[in-house]
Ligand binder design. Structure first.
Ligand code: HSE
Length: 427
């Protein structure tokens, strides 16, 4: 008996699938009780992928109907990325009774509910472990292993490109442009790296993680998103001097049933486990009432790591098909969305401020912070040349509403320039 799959896309991740199925054929057959065979692969250009077709004996097609209408294909694996035509192809596959595996975070974050509902209506499985943190088995861990736990906060370094760039900017003082170019050459970056550097890719992953951790379907617009564009080497240096490292952190947390999510540069204490996540590696750090603190670390992109997650999903579906148990959502946990207000979102903050280098300026901005009841944890004058002075403040905990107020007040002072406002992670 064989289980036939149809592959949509034979790119970086897609080409890892036949390799894994071949190299671990005996083990996979033992686990699923059936041999898994790629019946057909959809490609844009048959000639370009001919070497893979020959190497792994995969029939190629440029016509999606040859996969979706093929009655023998039970699982469709979508690895094309982007929204269209991936969304339409998945909906058609599900409507034709085919189970689906995808690594498409853009699609899941923006059209997840539509796809999940379509899968349920057709008694099909829809799995997407590889959509968050590529090779790290994080979604299955949350939905299965932490099913009896209560997650309070999930923090993620879930974009390899920006983590690689920040690592190089910190350790080698590499410029932003050069670091981005290297990340692109190494193949971590999205086809349009804007999504990486502006925090969008990380935000897609936080939408999915929020769904799994808190059962809530949040939208991209519910997330405060800031990228690393414009991050100054002075702030990286200052963070270092104060005992922190700047990371692009996705965060989602729940307080009194209210969820808040953000993506942005965050000052992470050097002793925090997330500070040790370097280069293109990803990590997801969870605070939960049962387990306490746990961190899941590994490669967030790349052919074999991501393809391994995809094959894990295929095997899971293979088992469900055998047990006639397909049709249960990957994550069953569901709660009504309830967003936290700005008064409920609390963090320590880092402010970098440029002021005239003359008498009375510290008093002037301290009056503003005092009026808004914000207390300093640390304050440092970084540079002062007789003209301008650069001041860095780390506050005690304050609300997002206070951040808005202080930011507006500082901007009103003609001589002041607010250079950066970042969250500071507590130990
Ligand atoms: N561009 C993504 C990253 C790839 O850099 O992490 C994996 O989603």
């Amino acid at each position: 008996m064989t289980l036939k799959i149809g592959l949509l896309g034979l790119g970086t991740v897609g080409s890892g699938i036949p390799r894994i199925l071949e190299e671990h054929k005996q083990k996979i057959t033992q686990i699923t009780g059936t041999e898994i065979v790629i019946a057909k692969a959809l490609v844009k250009d048959e000639f370009e992928k001919q070497h893979l077709a020959v190497q792994y004996d995969i029939p190629l097609t440029t016509n999606i109907d040859e996969i979706i209408q093929d009655k023998e294909i039970q699982i469709v694996v979508e690895l094309m990325g982007k929204i269209e035509p991936a969304r339409s192809f998945i909906l058609k596959a599900l409507s034709n009774g085919k189970n689906v595996v995808t690594a498409n975070k853009d699609l899941l974050a923006q059209h997840g509910r539509e796809l999940i509902d379509c899968a349920s209506e057709n008694d099909c499985d829809l799995y997407y472990e590889a959509s968050v943190a590529g090779g790290i088995p994080i979604l299955r861990t949350i939905t299965n292993s932490l099913a009896g736990d209560e997650v309070q906060r999930v923090l993620g370094i879930v974009n390899g490109t920006t983590n690689y760039m920040l690592t190089k900017m910190v350790s080698e003082k590499m410029t932003y442009d050069r670091a981005l170019k290297q990340a692109q050459e190494l193949g971590f970056a999205e086809s349009n790296p804007t999504n990486d550097v502006d925090g969008i890719d990380a935000a897609y992953k936080m939408v999915i993680l929020t769904q799994f951790c808190f059962g809530m379907d949040i939208e991209l617009s519910d997330i405060e998103i800031n990228g690393i564009r414009g991050l100054a080497l002075e702030d990286i240096d200052m963070a270092d001097r104060l005992g922190y490292v700047i990371k692009l952190i996705g965060s989602s947390e729940i307080n009194d049933g209210h969820v808040s999510a953000s993506v942005g540069p965050v000052l992470v204490p050097k002793q925090h486990p997330l500070a040790s996540v370097l280069n293109e590696y990803n990590a997801v750090f969870i605070n939960s009432t049962g387990v306490g603190q746990s961190m899941y670390y590994g490669p967030g992109a790349g052919s074999l790591p991501t393809a391994t997650s995809v094959v894990g999903d295929i095997i899971e579906i293979g088992k469900n098909i055998k047990l006639k148990m397909t049709g249960r959502p990957f994550n069953v946990y569901h709660e009504t969305k309830n967003l936290a207000s700005d008064e409920e979102i609390i963090s320590k903050y880092y402010f970098s401020l440029e002021v005239p280098d003359k008498v009375g300026q510290v008093l002037k901005f301290t009056e503003i912070f005092t009026r808004i009841s914000i207390s300093y944890d640390q304050i440092v004058q970084q540079q002062a040349d007789g003209q301008r002075a650069r001041i860095v403040i780390i506050t005690h905990s304050m609300t997002k509403a206070q951040v808005r107020k202080v930011t507006a007040a500082l901007k009103e002072v003609a001589d002041f320039k607010l250079l950066a406002t970042y969250k500071v992670l507590k130990d």
